[in-house]
Design a protein around this ligand. Structure first.
Ligand code: SF4
Length: 373
């Protein structure tokens, strides 16, 4: 089964008010250099037994576009030396507005980066300030122009809906500007408020309104309509692509293909087990330097259960025959009562040998997934 490689770059220019990821503010070039050395060393010395070709490489973060091309080259070279990376691999880098120049973008392209996952989030300057994103909407427009000029023919936008104080009209304007640019792929995130973040504190102290779930659902519905009308295909609950531009790397998570993660807090799945690295950057670097490994968790998975609730995220759903071949079980026998209840509630449908979420099911997807966990 073809595999993917995930590389976590934890540095950001500043910390956004809603962020709960394993990130660090970019403090010193020397610190970043030491991290890159540790990451390359982890890849080179990895004991992964994978013999399958690697068809996707993904730089996530954090803000990987803060790396200089020489550092990206070091990491990509380590991946190519350690794994059999196919010639037309999808190589994605997450990028944030105002973190790149024409020069760095063309250097990334020369190193083989052929897809940009671009953190636009919103074109509303008021909301960007509220989120402490550290850039404005014009930065996003300008960076998009630079990406196209540098030859990026596969650009994905991250957009966030359900922001405090955001109206349906605000969201509509935002969506229209995004569609008009236009990116080749769009990932939608509904704002989640995580305990311990500045945004959670602002909401608790009533300086910002509580997120409105009903309004967020209306924003989602509006997005489904607008994107379908402009030629984007929804292939996953939160992901939309022009034909042929589905994210190959992200799709690996939903079909349970192996993905090997490297770097601080990186998670891996080798087809049998899940394992993860240390979440603290300084501890990660020390662990790699002293022992070559920063692994802190390893567990067996219930792959059959995961295959169902991850597969339900996909527009094509879970193919019942593929499930039977892969796990030697009949899904409808195994979950007969639960499936009947979900069908009666109008949350899933079974047709053409597939089990899929209905439109209503997409709005209540977490409740559906719980049934199969
Ligand atoms: S850019 Fe992304 S990873 Fe970095 S602080 Fe903001 S939300 Fe977190």
């Amino acid at each position: 089964m073809a595999a993917g490689v995930y590389l976590h770059i934890p540095f950001c220019k500043s910390r956004c008010s809603y962020c709960d990821f394993a990130t660090d503010v970019y403090r010193s070039a020397a610190g970043v250099e030491r991290y890159v050395e540790a990451l390359a060393s982890e890849i080179q010395n990895s004991k992964v037994e994978n013999q399958d070709p690697v068809e996707t490489v993904y730089f996530g973060g954090g803000t990987p576009s803060l790396l200089v091309p020489r550092q990206v080259e070091k990491i990509i070279t380590a991946v190519r030396e350690r794994f059999d990376v196919i010639s037309d691999a999808e190589i994605t880098m997450e990028m944030n507005p105002a973190t790149v120049t024409a020069g760095t973008l063309s250097a990334y392209r020369e190193l083989g980066v052929n897809r940009a996952s671009f953190g636009v989030q919103t074109f509303d300057d008021r909301a960007l300030r509220l989120l402490a994103r550290g850039h404005d909407a014009n930065d996003a427009r300008e960076t998009f122009r630079l990406l196209r000029e540098a030859g990026f023919a596969n650009i994905s936008f991250d957009l966030i809906a359900g922001l405090p104080g955001q109206t349906l009209h605000d969201w509509e304007r935002n969506l229209e500007e995004a569609i008009a640019m236009p990116p080749d792929h769009i990932s939608l995130y509904l704002l989640e408020v995580h305990e311990g973040t500045p945004l959670a504190e602002q909401i608790r102290s009533k300086r910002q309104p509580e997120p409105d779930d009903v309004l967020a659902a209306e924003m989602y519905e509006l997005m489904l309509e607008r994107l379908a009308a402009t030629g984007y295909e929804q292939y996953e609950i939160s992901n939309f692509a022009m034909p042929g531009f589905e994210a190959r790397h992200n799709s690996k998570y939903w079909t349970l293909d192996p993905v090997y993660g490297f770097g601080v807090s990186a998670h891996s799945f080798d087809g049998r087990e899940r394992y993860a690295n240390e979440r603290d950057t300084a501890k990660y670097v020390s662990a790699i330097e002293s022992s070559g490994s920063a692994e802190v968790m390893r567990e067996n998975t219930d792959a059959a259960s995961e295959y169902v609730f991850l597969g339900l995220r996909l527009e094509k759903g879970v193919v019942l025959e593929v499930y039977r071949e892969r796990f030697q079980r009949n899904l409808l026998d195994q979950y007969g009562t639960e499936v009947d209840e979900l069908r009666n509630a109008g949350l899933i449908e079974i047709a053409d040998g597939r089990m899929k979420l209905t439109r209503k099911g997409k709005l209540f997807s977490n409740e559906v997934f719980q049934v199969f966990i």
